[in-house]
Design a protein around this ligand. Structure first.
Ligand SMILES: NC(=O)C1=CN([C@@H]2O[C@H](COP(=O)(O)OP(=O)(O)OC[C@H]3O[C@@H](n4cnc5c(N)ncnc54)[C@H](OP(=O)(O)O)[C@@H]3O)[C@@H](O)[C@H]2O)[C@H](O)CC1
Ligand SMILES: [K+]
Length: 427
């Protein structure tokens, strides 16, 4: 299982792609070929007998991947119907489009054309990937809604829809469908299988992502050397890009990750794993309440929040500034938390009404969702009203588990993580 895979934002993914291409060791065309071949391979694994496929190709490189999928399926004996746009994409996608045109026609990417064709065994959604810049409109929105069941039978496509990188319209940084209601039930495409490239993105795991992506497979397209900065044989650093790693522990992915030591990942994650449930919610990971010091002592709070996020605690991670009356603590700005938009802030002096209300809300959330609590991670918060407040607050917020306390601002994340995982119900 892919426990411990790094999650990359779309911007990081683009930077890694650019670094790889700038190195001269791989071209965009090769990456696209590998991406499309990986998707076709995953389709053939699940539908070994060649059948009918309808491939929907959008205006950019996601569409380019779609042309490659169509070509590989065609070569494997599938009857492929391809719907695409009459546009001139970037050079790589244009080349793939030309290669497809030597094999078959491109029908217009409209709902009518989609409905006019025979039923397919597999529908490949290669309309938009990481390059989505605005909510889909017009015909493309109509096609996506149709795939999502606006024609009346929403289950019709779900079992047969394979998404390239993501179901089109999904924002891979947030897991939301821009311009669409957040709640399930709207006609958003839900795939049986999503094949994404190199690393999972936040949108695969947050909000609507898990529900709409279906089974998630991460295909290795040979970018690892540029993702992780390694040491060369002579001890110098390689030219890869090193980002602070945010690791996915949940959900389980479908393929083994050869980049990591699976035995170690399994033992690390065994107490933390939770099955991916259809319609699951980020709060089902649990809740961590972190009572931190004010501005000068908020470092421990940030570390604790980060550790809680890494082990998969929920979105309601809360911090309360308990020393400075109006001093906002800023755990929400720690890189992991703000990037994933999952750290909620409860700021205010614990002895004042605003602070007490914030703590009360956090306590309720913690009680409702089951969570761990880290008390006074900042040393300054150990004394005075802050500590008394934490004593009152924490045991009640965490009736069914121990409290991790006395965490120091300089405690390594691993230690915080170990304490939280020991104290908390497995997320
Ligand atoms: N990760 C990898 O290493 C690889 C990924 N690949 C695939 O490439 C896509 C990303 O390709 P990109 O071209 O950047 O993005 P898209 O294909 O998703 O779409 C970009 C085009 O779509 C237009 N766009 C965006 N939103 C809309 C909209 N709502 N309506 C209409 N058109 C839209 C956008 O136009 P702009 O006007 O906004 O510029 C672009 O024309 C990635 O997902 C992978 O599938 C590669 O194959 C290589 C390896
Ligand atoms: K797609």
């Amino acid at each position: 299982m892919l426990h411990g895979a790094e999650i990359l934002t779309t911007e990081e993914m683009r930077a890694i792609e650019s670094a790889a291409m700038a190195s001269g060791q791989v071209t965009g065309l090769e990456l696209m070929e590998r991406a499309g071949r990986a998707v076709a391979g995953q389709i053939r694994l699940r539908w070994p007998k060649p059948g009918r496929a309808t491939v929907l190709c959008g205006p950019g490189n996601n569409g380019g991947d779609g042309y490659v999928v169509a070509r590989y399926l065609h070569q494997a004996g599938w009857r492929v119907r391809l719907l695409g746009l009459d546009n001139t994409p970037g050079p790589d996608a244009a080349r793939m489009k030309a290669e497809w045109l030597a094999l078959g026609p491109i029908l217009p990417l409209t709902r009518d054309a989609l409905r006019a064709g025979p039923d397919a065994d597999v529908y490949v959604d290669a309309i938009f990937g990481t390059g989505l810049t605005r909510p889909p409109q017009g015909e493309i929105a109509a096609i996506l809604a149709y795939l999502g069941g606006s024609g009346g039978d929403w289950a019709c496509f779900r079992e047969r829809l394979v998404a390239v990188d993501c179901p089109s319209g999904l924002c891979l940084d947030s897991g939301a469908f821009p311009g669409r209601p957040r709640k399930p039930g709207s006609h958003d495409p839900r795939a049986r299988l999503t094949v994404a490239f190199d690393s999972p993105k936040p949108g695969h795991l947050l909000e609507r992502g898990p529900e709409c992506c279906g089974e998630l497979v991460i295909a290795d397209i040979g970018l690892a050397a540029w993702r992780v900065r390694n040491r060369n044989a002579d001890g110098t650093l390689s030219r890869g890009i090193r980002y602070p790693a945010v690791e996915a522990i949940w959900p389980d992915f479908a393929i083994p990750d050869s980049r990591r030591n699976p035995a170690r990942a399994r033992s690390e994650a065994s107490s933390l794993r939770k099955e991916q449930a259809g319609g699951g919610h980020k709060f089902s990971h649990g809740h961590a309440l972190i009572v931190a010091g004010g501005r000068p002592a908020a470092g421990g709070g940030r570390l604790s929040a980060r550790a809680a996020l890494r082990i998969g605690r929920g979105a309601g991670d809360a911090c309360a500034a308990i020393r400075r009356p109006a001093g906002p603590c800023r755990p929400a700005r720690c890189a992991d938390a703000s990037r994933r938009g999952r750290c909620r802030r409860a700021a205010g002096h614990a002895g004042r009404p605003a602070g007490q209300r914030a703590l009360h809300r956090s306590r309720l959330r913690g009680r409702a969702r089951g969570g761990a609590a880290a008390r006074d991670p900042g040393r300054r918060a150990r004394h005075g009203s802050g500590c008394r407040c934490a004593d009152r607050l924490v045991p009640r917020s965490r009736p069914d588990g121990a409290v991790a306390q006395g965490l120091r601002a300089d405690a390594p994340c691993g230690r915080v993580r170990a304490r939280l995982s020991r104290s908390g119900r497995a997320p």
